[in-house]
Design a binder for this molecule. Structure first.
Ligand code: SF4
Ligand code: SF4
Ligand code: SF4
Length: 159
């Protein structure tokens, strides 16, 4: 079992997370406007069907958006390879356009209850625990969103 699969099975027992409200686009676009022009002409929505993490949802306006509710992005390039409408292109690869932060008020650890739930699932070693009780996200973070579902207190926020 891969490390991420193992953590996924452990996380499945967590309570339902709050709904993500911000629209987050897949990380291979040059111009956000093209989602609203080109994607509405796209019938097969291959970006969504090829994503092995199943994180690309198609919104009511027929454009794709990422949901971190069940998993995160591996930056595997498959959505960009699949898009035939010039919206997602490999040459525009970048980190997902959000900042991930730990909310100190909600975080169990910051409130003196020992918890390392987010640390190990982060394969980029982007979460430092200062003095065991003060987790902070460092500059290694790729905004993959993978840690979000592991936090039992919903303390990892998309900014
Ligand atoms: S495959 Fe390309 S054009 Fe179609 S919905 Fe996805 S991003 Fe938009
Ligand atoms: S890069 Fe891969 S994991 Fe990320 S959204 Fe695209 S297909 Fe999904
Ligand atoms: S801290 Fe950043 S790199 Fe690590 S899992 Fe969370 S979003 Fe991904």
């Amino acid at each position: 079992m891969k490390r991420r699969e193992l953590f996924s099975s452990l996380a499945s027992s967590f309570t339902k997370k709050e709904k993500q409200e911000k629209i987050i686009r897949p990380p291979y676009y040059k111009n956000k406007e093209v989602f609203l022009t080109n994607c509405i002409e796209c019938n097969d929505k291959k970006c969504s069907t090829v994503c092995e993490e199943n994180i690309i949802l198609i919104l009511e306006d027929k454009t794709p958006a990422i949901s971190f509710e069940n998993s995160g992005c591996t930056y595997c390039d498959e959505c960009a390879n699949a898009c035939e409408h010039g919206v997602l292109e490999l040459e525009n690869k970048k980190n997902i356009d959000v900042k991930i932060e730990i909310d100190m008020l909600s975080c169990l650890s910051w409130n003196k209850t020992m918890c390392f739930s987010c640390k190990d699932p982060c394969l980029d070693e982007a979460i430092d625990f200062l003095a065991m009780f003060r987790p902070e996200i460092n500059s290694n973070c790729t905004s993959c969103g993978y840690c979000i579902k592991y936090c039992p207190a919903d303390a990892i926020k998309i900014v």
